[in-house]
Write a protein of this length. Structure first.
Length: 99
């Protein structure tokens, strides 16, 4: 286990972290008492609304496609899984272009 990185020992860093936690806990949160804050409105841009819709749509899908996982597991177990190098290269290139 490394106990000293960049001149900071593990005891020093944990002490610093507890000091930071104490300082942040001591700082009071200022609440505004103005009436303007009570009537403040927030509106989302059309892009934010679209992202909310996309996110809701994604949540309807299962995280893991169990059927596909089973198919791949069986193919691997049987020794029949093969990779098409040209298709893989094209997918990598497309991924990089999309970024």
């Amino acid at each position: 286990m490394v106990s000293n990185i960049n001149g900071i020992s593990s005891t020093h860093s944990s002490t610093s972290r507890s000091r930071e936690k104490t300082q942040s806990a001591e700082q009071p949160v200022k609440a505004s008492s103005s009436n303007a804050d009570a009537s403040a409105k927030v509106s989302l841009s059309s892009e934010a609304k679209e992202l909310q819709g996309i996110e809701a749509g994604i949540k309807r899908f299962p995280e893991v496609n169990q059927e596909r996982v089973s198919q791949l597991r069986d193919t691997l177990r049987e020794g029949n899984y093969s990779v098409d190098p040209a298709r893989l290269a094209a997918k990598i290139v497309q991924f990089e272009l999309d970024i």
